[in-house]
Design a protein around this ligand. Structure first.
Ligand code: HEC
Length: 152
C-alpha cells in the first residue's frame, strides 16, 4: 500500500470511529432517558440514605430466609431493625429537602417492616409475613420509579 492510500484509509478509519462513537450516546440516551425526579442532597446525606436502602434490602432478604426456615425470631429482629426506630433517626435538615411524595412513601416502607415484626412476634404466620413483604416491596418499587438522588 502506498503512503497516500494508507493515509486515506487511516483517516477514514478514524473518522468512522469518531462518527460511530458520537452517534452511540445519542441513540442510547433516547432509549434510556432517566425521567426520575431529582432530589438534591449533600454527599453525606446521599451516603446515609443509600446505606438505609441497603439495610432495607438486607432485611428483606433475611425476612425471606426466615420465612423459609419458619424462624420468627430472625424475622422480627431483621424487620424491627429497619422499622419506626430507623425512621425517627432521619435528620431534620434532610427531611426538609425531601418532596412530599418521598416523605409519604418512606414512612410507609418503615411501617411495612414494623407490621412484619408485629406479625412475627404475634401470630407468627409466615404466610402473612410474606404477604406483608410482597405488599411492602410495591412501595420500594413505587418510590424507585419516581426519584433519584444527585449531590449538590
Ligand atoms: C421513599 C422512597 C423510597 C423507598 C420507599 C425505597 N427506596 Fe430504595 N432508593 C430510593 C432512591 C431515591 C434511591 C437512589 C436511586 C438513585 O439515585 O438512582 C434508592 C436506592 C436503593 C438501593 C441502592 C442502594 C445503593 O447503595 O446504591 C437499594 C438496594 C434500595 N434502594 C432498596 C430499597 C428497598 C429494598 C426498599 C423497600 C423495602 C426501598 N429501597 C424503598 C428511594 C426509595
Amino acid at each position: 500500500m502506498n503512503r497516500a492510500r494508507f493515509k486515506k484509509r487511516f483517516l477514514g478509519g478514524v473518522m468512522g470511529c469518531f462518527l460511530g462513537l458520537s452517534m452511540v450516546p445519542s441513540v442510547m440516551a433516547s432509549e434510556s432517558a432517566d425521567t426520575r425526579e431529582v432530589i438534591w442532597v449533600s454527599a453525606g446525606e446521599k451516603a446515609a440514605i443509600l446505606s438505609e436502602m441497603r439495610a432495607f434490602l438486607e432485611a428483606s432478604q433475611t425476612i425471606l430466609e426466615g420465612s423459609l426456615a419458619d424462624d420468627m425470631d430472625v424475622i422480627e429482629e431483621a424487620a424491627r431493625s429497619v422499622g419506626m426506630k430507623m425512621m425517627r433517626g432521619t435528620p431534620k435538615e434532610l427531611h426538609k429537602k425531601l418532596p412530599s411524595g418521598f416523605t409519604a412513601l418512606g414512612p410507609k416502607a418503615h411501617r411495612g417492616f414494623e407490621a412484619i415484626a408485629d406479625e412475627a412476634s404475634g401470630m407468627g404466620d409466615r404466610e402473612v409475613v410474606l404477604q406483608h413483604l410482597a405488599k411492602l416491596q410495591k412501595t420500594c418499587n413505587g418510590c424507585h420509579a419516581i426519584y433519584r438522588f444527585e449531590v449538590k
